[in-house]
Design a protein around this ligand. Structure first.
Ligand SMILES: Cc1ncc(COP(=O)(O)O)c(C=O)c1O
Length: 287
């Protein structure tokens, strides 16, 4: 596999990162994940803008976004064409320097890594049936809007879900349900779509924004407002949104079955998302 590391493409066997890299030592790094559909990066601009915001939020120097864009186009044009569904992963760390909490000097360049891997879409039977989740106390930090690789609370919550026989975990703070370990969360109440508002306590998902943008067009009104665990349990539908999860129904919470299978709103929105992807792919290929 080809990997872009610090200015050049190398084979993965040659892609080595220093043991002094601050991403490794401190989780001092930000990242992005972009979905490629038929070799076309979906919603590229919002992903790049979020990457710039994450860099600024982590007090890291801006990076040359035209370079990042060129590398993405290169990966999309080669590796991305081989699989109808793939993801591009971008990670930028504060670079390698002898271990010290203090930021290194300006001579230390950031480590920039990009790769592309196949990402098969969520299994259709699983989407139809819906997934099960548990609720967990949100013990993450107060800057969840920064897409940092510091994901220890997220991976621990996911493991707790696995041990409970569930697929994912929902973070709950002050009684309000925020998002899952790697996706945003929506509920449908009396035909209205609700999702937690953008605050410092969620990652402002690109798919979340896309769903909010598409919903009115398919007759689904939206409201960005906090909702409690009780409201979640009483909702007509619950689903996750994310670059890889797309629109993924949740049918069981804390071992309680909410509904049997995918609901009509999730179905409509998944179709709207697929249609939007088709439009962008056609435009991206100049069809
Ligand atoms: C915590 C969290 N929330 C939400 C999302 C969904 O964001 P997006 O739709 O941009 O993939 C992610 C994606 O990684 C995430 O890690």
């Amino acid at each position: 596999m080809r990997v872009f590391l610090n200015g050049r493409f190398v084979d993965e066997s040659e892609a080595a990162i220093s043991f002094d890299d601050r991403g490794f030592l401190f989780g001092d790094a930000v990242y992005e994940v972009i979905h490629l559909y038929d070799g076309v990066p979906y919603r590229l601009d919002p992903h790049l803008k979020r990457l710039e915001r994450s860099l600024a939020g982590a007090m890291m120097e801006p990076v040359d976004m035209s370079l990042i864009t060129r590398v993405i186009q290169d990966l999309a044009g080669r590796e991305g064409r081989e699989d109808p569904d793939a993801i591009i992963y971008i990670e930028i760390t504060r670079g390698a320097a002898p271990r010290n909490h203090m930021f290194p000097g300006p001579d230390v360049r950031p480590t920039i890594l990009l790769w592309c891997r196949p990402a098969p879409p969520p299994d259709e039977a699983r989407v139809e049936k819906g997934i099960s989740v548990i609720t967990v106390a949100d013990d993450r930090w107060a800057k969840c809007w920064i897409k940092t690789v510091n994901l220890l609370p997220n991976v621990m919550a996911k493991e707790r879900a696995r041990r409970a026989g569930a697929d994912d975990a929902l973070f709950v703070r002050d009684g309000m349900v925020l998002e899952s370990t790697a996706s945003n969360l929506f509920i449908v109440v009396k035909g209205v779509l609700k999702t937690a508002p953008v605050t410092n306590y969620i990652l402002p998902g690109i798919t979340r924004a896309t769903v909010l943008e598409l919903a009115p067009g398919v007759g689904v009104p939206v409201r960005e407002e906090p909702f409690s665990v009780d409201e979640l349990m009483a909702a007509d539908e619950v689903f996750l949104s994310g670059t890889t999860s797309e629109v993924l129904p949740v049918t069981m919470v804390d071992q309680k079955t909410l509904r049997e299978g995918r609901g009509p709103v999730a179905k409509k929105l998944k179709a709207a998302l697929q249609e939007d992807v088709r439009r962008e792919v056609a435009a991206g290929r100049g069809d």
